[in-house]
Ligand binder design. Structure first.
Ligand SMILES: Cc1cc2nc3c(=O)[nH]c(=O)nc-3n(C[C@H](O)[C@H](O)[C@H](O)COP(=O)(O)OP(=O)(O)OC[C@H]3O[C@@H](n4cnc5c(N)ncnc54)[C@H](O)[C@@H]3O)c2cc1C
Length: 449
């Protein structure tokens, strides 16, 4: 069989897939449309650009992202290696310097002897072995081709980006450095609010002007029910969250738990946290502040936060289209299209949320595309590991309930088994079981993986 593979999209999933397949001797042509054509959210020409948060999630293994991280390390993920090389301090989260991360991935991919990178937009589905990993902002021509291929299974909704603040413009007479429950740690900048300040902030946030959604963004494809204000729960704009109740933010992204204000000696009523965004520690992103306010309103309302009264914003928050397939109808758990064995999909486009989940789906698609081309059986991951359970979910969910999904321990829960283990030990048990499953998968993949 011809051992050539086309991959569309040089993002997280496409780069991981390209490297995995290339390591198995496959000749990969990787097509990335940037910088010739922009997605509207990416700002560089680099491969694997992180468009919003620079955090890949918690490293703690009792958190789903920490478990997925360990699974990816065991499965030899090249992007996770790059993330660990470009890591910056962020408490127990794996945060990276986004520029250095992208540079490192670009260098490895462009210099791989089996990968050729083309800067070109692909507008139709190739009639040869292919992985489509063109992401949530797939270009409209390719989206139309995918919509035609999948018939009714393509729809749009929204994702949002949080603003980034220049550290030198933050007032440290009010703001303080600390991680939750770790006073001695200086990984986060915290802006404390009293009850009155919090209430005023929420009032102004709710009445602030928003950018109207554009026609194409509220488009509903093929009768799939969605609506103008449909957002993914995990990435709700702060103003939409605030609308749910006066104290929703104070119990959510602005919760003060584990934080003590050294200036007042008190626990604040609410706290806005900012997380380091670059190695130089000159930029900080506002945690949970994805927003669709107009830029002048962001400046006005976010400057009401104590400590940010003179803040300069290196980037304002934004909202974007997010495209995904109805994976339960379109994909097998091997990530092959149900009706075309040489066509694979990966990344956010298949309804996986989260940087690590998208890297992981690229890894599986790359391995399976290589196995397919090498005449080997493609693998289905057991549900006993985090990645296997995530892929199982998106390929087996009821189409009418289908929503993009992030790695979470809920996916792994086996009710009968979990009842035998005390609650506080469950995640540890899941972790041990998952890693056992992944060791078996690694054995199955063989030495040269
Ligand atoms: C505004 C926004 C904010 C987000 N914030 C977060 C966040 O904070 N945390 C998080 O975990 N996830 C976030 N996401 C989701 C994030 O996009 C994914 O987690 C991750 O980047 C998806 O990886 P991917 O490889 O599927 O897509 P991408 O990383 O987007 O890669 C797809 C690539 O395909 C290219 N491409 C598109 N169409 C074509 C074409 N026709 N031909 C050739 N190339 C093409 C694009 O230029 C892009 O480089 C956000 C998404 C958006 C849009």
């Amino acid at each position: 069989m011809n051992k050539e593979l086309t991959i569309i999209g040089g993002g997280l999933a496409g780069c991981e897939a390209a490297w995995q397949a290339a390591q198995q001797g496959i000749m990969v042509s990787l097509y990335e449309m940037r910088p010739l054509k922009s997605t509207g959210a990416h700002i560089s020409a680099g491969l694997a650009e992180l468009v919003c948060s620079n955090s890949l999630g918690s490293e703690r293994v009792d958190r789903a992202s920490g478990l997925l991280l360990q699974e990816l390390i065991s499965l030899n993920s090249v992007l996770v290696k790059c993330a660990l090389e470009t890591k910056i301090p962020a408490g127990r989260a794996l945060a990276v310097d986004r520029q250095k991360f992208s540079d490192r991935v670009t260098e490895i991919i462009e210099n791989h002897p089996h990968i050729k990178v083309f800067r070109q937009e692909i507008t139709s589905i190739p009639n040869q072995p292919c992985i489509i990993a063109s992401g949530p902002l797939t270009s409209s021509a390719l989206s139309a081709a995918i919509a035609q291929f999948t018939e009714k299974s393509n729809l749009f909704f929204y994702d949002a980006v949080a603003p980034i603040v220049q550290k030198e413009t933050i007032n440290f007479k009010i703001a303080f450095l600390s991680s939750r429950y770790q006073k001695e740690s200086d990984d986060y900048i915290n802006c404390p609010l009293t009850k009155e300040e919090y209430e005023q902030f929420v009032r102004e946030l709710l009445s602030a002007e928003r950018i109207p959604l554009r026609e194409f963004e509220s488009q509903i494809n093929q009768g799939v029910t969605t609506g103008k204000d449909r957002f993914f729960e995990g990435c709700l704009p702060i103003e939409v969250l605030a609308k749910r109740g006066q104290d929703t933010l104070a119990f959510g992204p602005l919760r003060p738990t584990g934080l003590h204000d050294p200036h007042s000696g008190k626990r604040p009523y609410a706290v806005v946290q900012l997380r380091q965004d670059n190695i130089a520690a000159s930029l900080y992103n506002m945690v949970g502040f994805q927003t669709n306010l107009t830029y002048p309103e962001q400046k006005r309302v976010f400057r009401l936060i104590p400590g940010l009264e003179n803040a300069d914003f290196a980037r304002y928050g934004q909202m974007h289209r997010n495209t995904f397939l109805f994976a339960p109808e379109i994909l097998k758990p091997t990530l092959q299209a149900v009706n075309r064995a040489d066509l694979f999909f990966a990344g956010q486009l298949i309804g996986i949320e989260g940087y690590l989940g998208n890297i992981a789906s690229g890894l599986l698609a790359g391995i399976n595309a290589a196995r397919y081309l090498n005449g080997e059986e493609t693998i289905t991951l057991p549900q006993g590991c985090m990645l296997g359970s995530l892929i199982y979910y998106i390929t087996h969910a009821k189409p009418e309930d289908f929503q993009p999904m992030k790695a979470n321990y809920g996916l792994l829960i086996d009710k009968e088994e979990s009842q035998k283990v005390p609650k506080q030990l469950r995640n540890q048990k899941f972790y041990e079981n998952s890693m056992e499953v992944i060791r078996e998968v690694s054995k199955q993949l063989g030495d040269n993986h």
